[in-house]
Design a protein around this ligand. Structure first.
Ligand SMILES: *Cc1c(COP(=O)(O)O)cnc(C)c1O
Length: 397
């Protein structure tokens, strides 16, 4: 695809072609520029590049690399943002997006239902550097309204929370935040880049762990910060390139190839997920089946408005608590016990004893992380095999 196609192309086309840079050899598959540095034609050229490097001029892989640039341009084209900066992991992206724009004395509002490491950043690290953080129930717009102040600099949340799949109203929060000039920073992993409408709904900065659906095969860590050119290049990039959070060219190459088929994978996984949620809903050994598009989800209408499909993860709550949950996990034959998500392989996780183990019991209870809760990340296996596996394991629970 030409850099400036004669008309706008659909997202599946952009996912295959956007950002491609070809070397003098005209390779079809994107080249992996596995180089830490770049050669200058002259001393004057080195001086000029250090003074002001263009987008196609590289200095050092921590600052930028052609394979990483291809990935950044491709995912920015998919997300609908002007630019993107690729990071070493999802956490480098979350940390970079927040730390790069904040200073001592600033105030931010954050949803409390966060991935453990995200909670560590907003609850432990930022306050240590003098940033005031107000943690709230992200599903409650009135709580956002009450917490946002004239001096609030940012609002941070996961649009779909882990593992209880609570939905935050992106447009509602954006209206309130923009009223005081605060940035809306969304960790959009569970919504996936495929189903994301975060930017249309008013998000200013969208962050992904590309370890999840973008790789999609559990191979590499990665992350990305998508936003305006101004935020990405003038705020996030200087912070990340000087503090060491950049993505490696090898990982960028894996992520680039992952983007080519992400749409197909994620749609198939989301279909399986919705199928399993519907089939499991009436099961008498479960107290809850949580899926954003199920009628039983308290925010189903919002979830449907905000996401074309309900994502690739569902959670189930077993009646017998931890013992039943462990019996269930140990009886699974196809689904593996692990903690990634968005992978081609279906994965079952017991949040209370793994990803959320360190949360105090009262906080687990507040977030709905009960002893019987199991998070299921739906992969690419035959959905009938997955259902059989789950039903057989439930019989053991
Ligand atoms: C996995 C995850 C992260 C962290 O990503 P890493 O690539 O593991 O650093 C952050 N937020 C959410 C919602 C995640 O699921």
């Amino acid at each position: 695809m030409k850099d400036t196609p004669s008309k706008p192309r659909a997202s599946r086309t952009r996912a295959v072609h956007a950002g491609t840079r070809r070397s003098q050899y005209g390779e079809v598959s994107e080249a992996m520029f596995l180089t830490q540095g770049f050669v200058y034609d002259s001393a004057e050229a080195a001086e000029a590049r250090f003074l002001q490097a263009g987008r196609e001029e590289f200095i050092y892989a921590r600052y930028g690399n052609p394979t990483v640039a291809m990935f950044e341009d491709r995912i920015a084209a998919l997300e609908g943002t002007e630019d993107a900066f690729a990071t070493a992991s999802g956490m480098a992206a979350v940390n970079g997006a927040l730390m790069s724009m904040l200073k001592a004395g600033d105030h931010i509002v954050s949803a409390r239902a966060l991935f453990g490491s995200c909670l560590y950043i907003v609850d432990e690290i930022l306050p240590r550097f003098g940033v005031e953080v107000t943690l709230i129930d992200g599903t409650d717009l009135a709580a956002w309204e009450a917490a946002i102040r004239p001096d609030t600099r940012a609002c941070f949340f996961e649009s779909l929370s882990n593992p209880t799949l609570e939905v935050v109203d992106i447009a509602g929060v954006a209206d309130l935040a923009h009223g005081v000039g605060a940035l809306v920073i969304v960790d959009n992993v569970f919504a996936t880049p495929t189903f994301s409408r975060a930017v249309d709904l008013g998000a200013d900065v969208v962050v992904y762990s590309t370890t999840k659906h973008v790789d999609g095969q559990g191979r590499c860590l990665g992350g990305v910060i998508c936003g305006s050119q101004d935020f990405v290049r003038k705020t996030a990039e200087p912070f990340l390139k000087h503090t060491g959070g950049s993505m490696s060219p090898f990982n960028a190459w894996v992520m680039l190839k992952g983007l080519e088929h992400m749409d197909l994978r994620v749609r198939a996984q989301a279909e399986t997920c919705a199928f399993l949620a519907a089939e499991l809903s009436p099961h008498d050994k479960l107290t809850r089946v949580i899926h954003p598009h199920l009628d039983s989800h308290p925010q189903a209408a919002l979830a449907r408005a905000q996401m074309e499909q309900g994502g690739t993860v569902l959670s189930i709550d077993l009646k017998g608590g931890k013992d039943a949950a462990f019996r269930f996990l140990n009886a699974l034959e196809v689904i593996i016990i692990s903690n990634n998500l968005g992978d081609a392989k279906s994965i079952a996780t017991h949040p209370a004893t793994t990803t959320h183990q360190r949360l105090p019991d009262d906080q687990k209870a507040m977030l709905g992380i009960t002893p019987g809760l199991i998070r299921l990340s739906c992969g690419l296996e035959d959905p009938r095999d997955l259902l059989d596996d789950i039903l057989a394991a439930l019989a053991h629970a």
